[in-house]
Ligand binder design. Sequence first.
Ligand code: S6P
Ligand code: ZN
Length: 195
Amino acid sequence: MPFEKFLSSFDPETGEVTGARITKRYLSELRGCFADSAAYEAALALADPLLYSVSTVDYAAGEGDLGYAVGVLMPGRIGPEYYMTKGHLHAWREAAEIYIGFKGDGVMLLQAEANGDRQMLPLRPYQPIYVPGHTAHRTINTGTVPLIYIAIFPARAGHDYAAIATKNFRQVVIEQGGQPVVLDRAEWLSTRGSR
Ligand code: S6P
Ligand code: ZN
């Protein structure tokens, strides 16, 4: 059975993937991601919850190879800002990726590295999101249950967290009147500062 190793399985209800490599991210690892740093430090002083786990399946690491990851992002907020992933560019910038939601309500922020073009897109079942190369991407849970999604990417893609951490995403997704809204990060911070 030469291709048996290429069959894997996951549970779209729990995000569990048989035999996967698991990465867990806690609140303390997202310093600098949330716009309201005072709210972040206050939350972290109380607890350091698990924000998300990512189960990655690698088949091979060659030029044309693919891998996938299933993410489980918890519901919650820091101040009005929803729980999110760190967000990254791919170390191999040309690498694109496809995301598909399985369960829960979420969005993605995409931001082009070259010119800062940016947009929030819904992350839902049956609506794959194509993340082109050279595009920073962050996943956000805007709902009340764990957000479960799959990401399929070139095996060589890798992660570059530093480049976007320095510049940061220009948009924030916050809860207003029970609804997620996307706002310009700098404008939102200046509004809050003037209160
Ligand atoms: C990898 C892919 C995902 C993310 C995961 C967590 O290219 O985009 O597997 O790694 O959604 O996000 P982050 O920003 O913490 O890596
Ligand atoms: Zn990625």
